[in-house]
Design a protein around this ligand. Structure first.
Ligand code: AHG
Ligand code: MN
Ligand code: MN
Ligand code: MN
Length: 272
């Protein structure tokens, strides 16, 4: 997996402006989406102990035999490629057949292809660690990773004209006290929250009545990671790990970050 992430980080330039088709979520694919999906499929689907591969870029789960189910967003924030902004990869590892609630996960990771490439990994049997993928392909471990106690940044997605007035009031209160950080790739925006403390979210909007982010490929794996790092997640009223998706491509409103901010958000939404 690390070799693949390292290879992707070194070759994204070749995929900046290649269009592709439409993905199962009905969104415009870019060439990098399909390219990264094929690479990660080859790297993961044939591992002994992997029983299924589900991807943002594939309609159905691919049966790989017996073992854990992989849910992957091969290239997160892929529309950022054309503008040369950060993108990522998100992987959730479930000890269950998919669709499944995030509480069935045993591990999750996110790769951030930024000025350099980092891997943030959470596993049920150890602390969250961050690793640098260095040029020579080796990785340098940064050790136990925890969300800072103090919140500094906030990034809440969606057009204000497509969000509820109640949500906009809550967003405004956060934006009064915290620095705005929103870059269009959940992995990169969440990396700011992990590093500096704060809140990232993609709420329900008129454009995306269930929010834009997908339970299996983005929301639940990142919730697993944030909760393992001492933070919290929510769909507006419960942990994202409790969300029971019906379908592989289901979406959910998604909030990730410091516990007191998630609590404040849930309290504000419950007054609606
Ligand atoms: P993906 O590129 O995997 O489809 O994910 C894009 C998602 C997420 O990464 C990001 O936070 C969000 O789309 C940005 O949405 P907007 O363009 O509506 O801000
Ligand atoms: Mn996409
Ligand atoms: Mn994504
Ligand atoms: Mn994607």
């Amino acid at each position: 997996m690390k070799d693949t992430a390292h290879y992707v980080s070194g070759n994204l330039a070749n995929y900046a402006n290649r269009a592709a088709g439409e993905n199962p979520s009905g969104e415009q694919q870019v060439g990098g989406d399909v390219w990264a999906d094929d690479l990660f499929f080859d790297a993961l689907a044939y591992i002994d102990g992997i029983g299924a591969y589900a991807s943002e870029e594939r309609s159905d789960v691919v049966d790989c035999g017996d073992g854990y189910s992989i849910a992957i967003d091969p290239l997160d924030g892929s529309s950022n490629l054309a503008s040369n902004n950060s993108v990522g990869t998100i992987i959730g590892v479930y000890d269950a057949e998919l669709p499944a609630a995030g509480r069935e996960m045993v591990a999750s990771l996110m790769v951030l292809y930024g000025p350099y490439t980092t891997l943030t990994i959470a596993r049920s049997d150890r602390d969250v660690v961050q690793e640098h993928l260095l040029r020579d392909g080796h990785s340098e471990r940064w050790g136990q990773f925890e969300l800072p106690a103090e919140a500094t940044v906030v990034g809440l997605a969606g057009k204000t004209g497509e969000r509820t007035d109640e949500f906009n009031a809550i967003a405004q209160s956060f934006e009064r006290d915290l620095k705005l950080r929103y870059g269009g790739a959940t992995v990169a925006d969440l990396a700011q929250v992990l590093e500096y403390g704060g809140l990232f979210g993609y709420p329900a909007t008129t454009g995306y009545p269930n929010g834009k982010l997908r339970v299996h490929f983005e929301s639940a794996p990142l919730a697993y990671l944030v909760e393992a790092a001492g933070g919290a997640s929510s769909d507006g009223s419960q942990s994202l790990l409790a969300v029971e998706p019906d379908g592989i491509h289901d979406r959910t409103p998604t909030f990730l970050g410091n516990t007191e901010l998630v609590d404040e958000l849930e309290a504000g939404l419950s007054e609606e």
